[in-house]
Design a protein around this ligand. Structure first.
Ligand SMILES: [Zn+2]
Length: 343
């Protein structure tokens, strides 16, 4: 997803939380900085591309088939097989990705659902669920050490806070930016090609780039950095504009979405891991594995004649990217609010 799409996802997630609860303290923290979401939500792609000396993105989880002979992992073959019903039970029926898998998952056939797939990790510890989990945990800690304004938004207190200078404490701007950065990882986990290890899903191979271009065109220039970061643009207008984008994706009924907590028993790591696995299933539904491996053109798999599939794919990626962002943000916020209350 490009800067514009990441920007819209983060902004739309704030609007979703606001629609659910106008008095939410999390919204009170994020809303004044809504314009900066356009910068923050794009930071991971900029940092990862420019620093750390690696051309391997370190927030990618590409899922591949586990072949016989892959030494240590073969012993865990069973662990890497996930039936359709198992996957659905891990991703929650309120997700549109679940709806698409329910409706179209059988097209993959029993062999596919019985195949072991594993997430290939280019560098130890550097993959999408790890990055999402790490940043989530860090945000919790940083919020506990928030400045006076943040402190006022979170119930309870922290005994040592007065011994920290105000510069050592987290400012609202910084906290908002960390939330926006987190939205990037969550959004990427909802992009089918991002989670697909087949050659056809590489960015330069066609489908990946073209699908992102398709979303970017629907979201439009209003969410480009240069158009949002103007002094004349007001937070309320940005949120209203984000809600209007729903109508571009036919049937994107985010207006009525509820924001639940994580699936029972999950932490952010598991939630993101299963999210990637579900997105991988959607990638295979788009480009069926027995027909496509190396290359799949957008026009062949999602073009004329495949309008209803494209609509489902748009829905799974866009709706879930916004909803999942709101889910994880709210989960962190509730956790921190509860933690301090108990002290
Ligand atoms: Zn990214």
């Amino acid at each position: 997803m490009d800067q514009r799409t990441h920007s819209w996802i983060a902004i739309r997630a704030i609007a979703l939380l606001e629609d659910e609860d106008k008095k939410s303290n999390l919204v009170a923290l994020l809303k004044p900085h809504v314009k900066e979401a356009t910068v923050g939500a794009w930071i991971p792609d900029q940092i990862d591309a420019k620093r750390g000396g690696s051309i391997m993105d370190n927030h990618v989880l590409k899922i591949r088939q586990l072949d016989e002979g892959q030494d240590a992992k073969v012993g865990q073959k069973k662990r890497f097989i996930m039936s359709k019903s198992d996957l659905l039970s891990q991703i929650g029926e309120y997700r549109k990705t679940a709806k698409v898998i329910q409706k179209r998952g059988d097209s993959l056939g029993d062999t596919w659902w019985g195949t072991p797939f594993y997430g290939e990790i280019p560098k130890r510890g550097q993959h999408l669920p790890n990055r999402a989990m790490a940043l989530s945990t860090m945000i919790e800690d940083l919020l506990l050490m928030g400045n006076k304004e943040i402190d006022n938004l979170i119930p309870g207190g922290v005994s040592f806070i007065e011994s920290l200078s105000s510069d050592m404490r987290t400012s609202e701007d910084a906290a908002a930016m960390y939330f926006f950065m987190l939205s990037h990882f969550i959004a990427d986990s909802c992009m089918p090609c991002h989670c697909d290890g087949r050659p056809l899903a590489k960015y330069g191979a066609g489908l990946h780039k073209e699908l992102e271009k398709h979303w970017s065109e629907l979201i439009d220039v209003g969410f480009d950095k240069k158009n949002i970061l103007k002094p004349t643009v007001r937070a309320t207008d940005v949120l209203a504009m984000a809600r209007e984008v729903d109508s571009k994706f036919a049937g994107l009924d985010l207006k009525n979405a509820k924001v639940p907590s994580l699936v029972k028993g999950h932490d952010v790591w598991l939630e993101t891991m299963y999210g990637c696995r579900a997105s991988f299933a959607v990638a295979n539904i788009i480009a069926l594995p027995d027909k496509y491996q190396k290359k799949a053109k957008f026009k062949d798999v999602l073009g004329d004649g495949n309008e209803s599939l494209l609509k489902d794919v748009d829905m799974a990626a866009m709706y879930d990217a916004v909803l999942n962002t709101a889910i994880v943000w709210k989960y962190i916020w509730n956790k921190v609010s509860k933690k301090t209350k108990e002290k």
